[in-house]
Write a protein that binds this ligand. Structure first.
Ligand code: C2O
Ligand code: CU
Ligand code: CU
Length: 431
């Protein structure tokens, strides 16, 4: 039987910068950026990933709480998909919201070349938007001639990571979208960049952040100074202005001032809608941890003790070891990826105490389960439910979860250079 969807990973040439064609890009779509995948909440969807690259790959569905065997982590959950081969994923998401997908094999290179796409799980109950607009936000590391330059630099990998040179939204530089005046649009921001922790502002129109990392906010917030780390998402409800001259723009804060990433231009007569007409998003059915009986597990994110060269792997290494979790430099995309960082019992509640003893920020991501932010020793944290939390330098944060999904779940920093140089491991949930 044919799958519901087919994604073919392949190389392509594509124009990112004007008047140039970038060689050596990768996509899940022969003609352009990876497609937006749309799943229905609670409905099974089968996806054939066909590997037309000349190297191995696997695809991970970032943020989805799905069966371990479908999680797309090489060796930990499946063998890498060899060139010319394919693998069928069957995904059923009980949660709605904005997610994304990307390879977990030779991850830095494959993502840097373009393999990052947005995945939407449609709400069972329609919140009432006129339009839904995913924004795949990421940089590419291109020179002025439009060709890729070194995808990372070791000295940066040992610090904050290597930033790209060209900011894009849906593979375009500063695109302009025409939106019906006075309409209600759901902007789904997904930061699929390999490195950039950014601060974003949406100006113009009336707008509210309604969800972060797929989970609705109990109290919507203004879309000002929203910090989004690699792997994170933010859903914004935008009421488009009434008249054509009123441009809405999404900007990224940079040391040189705000950089416009995308603009929205109202057209035609106002639809006259109001934000208040939207139905609030329904919380996702994530079990609530029993904090009184939760066991606390410590994780220390630090420098790498050994600095040993990584084991070579068909899923690639960057050739360096800089980082560690609990004093061990991790490597999870190799055969026999070592012991889990912790073994959890299915159904039990846990507090994960995340301590960052490095001078850099790390967006810490857990596969297969969502966790809620409890507290930090550095700042007030909103009680978010998430799969990726930005742990600031020298910060200790406590998060909680119910270990309800059995299997081996990757647990790593989402600055891919950090992940690929030691800041990775996995948690085991025993049935
Ligand atoms: Cu977004 Cu381990 O992944
Ligand atoms: Cu993930
Ligand atoms: Cu990191």
């Amino acid at each position: 039987m044919a799958a519901d969807l087919t994604l073919t990973a392949s190389m392509l040439r594509h124009s990112i910068l004007p008047d140039t064609v970038t060689d050596g890009m990768m996509s899940f779509n022969a003609g352009g950026p990876p497609p937006v995948l749309r799943l229905r909440q609670g409905k099974q969807c089968s996806i054939d990933v066909v590997n037309n690259l000349d190297e191995a790959t696997v695809v991970h569905w970032h943020g989805l709480r799905i069966a371990n065997a479908m999680d797309g982590v090489p060796y930990l959950t499946q063998p890498p998909i060899a060139p010319g081969q394919s693998f069928r994923y069957t995904l059923t998401s009980l949660d709605a919201g904005t997610y994304w997908y990307h390879p977990h094999c030779n991850t830095l290179e494959q993502m840097a070349r373009g393999l990052t796409g947005v995945l939407v799980v449609e709400d069972e109950k329609d919140p009432g938007f006129d339009q839904d607009l995913p924004l795949n936000i990421r940089d590419f590391r291109l020179g002025g001639d439009g060709q890729f330059i070194d995808l990372f630099r070791a000295r940066n990998a040992a610090r904050g990571g290597t930033l790209g040179t060209v900011a894009t939204v849906n593979w375009e530089v500063a695109p302009v979208y025409d939106l019906p005046a006075g309409s209600l649009v759901r902007l789904r921001l997904a930061v699929t960049d390999v490195t950039r922790v950014g601060t974003y502002d949406l100006k113009g129109g009336a707008a509210q952040v309604i969800a972060i990392d797929a989970n609705p906010l109990a109290q919507p917030i203004a879309p000002e100074g929203i910090v989004i780390a690699p792997g994170q998402r933010a859903d914004i409800a935008l009421r488009v202005p009434d008249s054509e001259g009123e441009i809405v723009s999404l900007t990224l804060r940079t040391p040189q001032g705000p950089r416009t990433l995308v603009r929205f231009r109202p057209f035609s007569r106002s639809a006259g809608r109001k934000l208040e007409e939207l139905h609030p998003l329904r919380p996702n059915p994530v079990p609530e941890p029993d904090l009184a009986n939760a066991e606390t597990i410590d994780f220390v994110f630090g420098w790498s003790p050994g600095g040993d060269a990584p084991v070579s792997s068909i899923c690639g290494t960057l050739g360096y070891t800089f980082w560690s979790i609990n004093r061990t430099a991790g490597q999870t995309d190799i055969p026999g990826p070592g012991d889990p960082l912790a073994v959890l019992k299915q159904g039990k509640s846990y507090i994960l105490r995340l301590r960052n003893e490095t001078p850099n920020d790390h967006p810490i991501h857990l596969h297969g389960m969502s966790f809620s932010l409890l507290r930090s020793d550095k700042r007030a944290v909103a009680p978010l439910l998430t799969d990726t939390a930005l742990l600031q330098s020298q910060e200790t944060m406590e998060v909680a979860l119910v270990a309800d999904n059995p299997g081996d779940w990757a647990f790593h920093c989402h600055v891919i250079e950090h992940q690929k140089t030691g800041l990775t491991g996995y948690l085991r949930v025993d049935a």
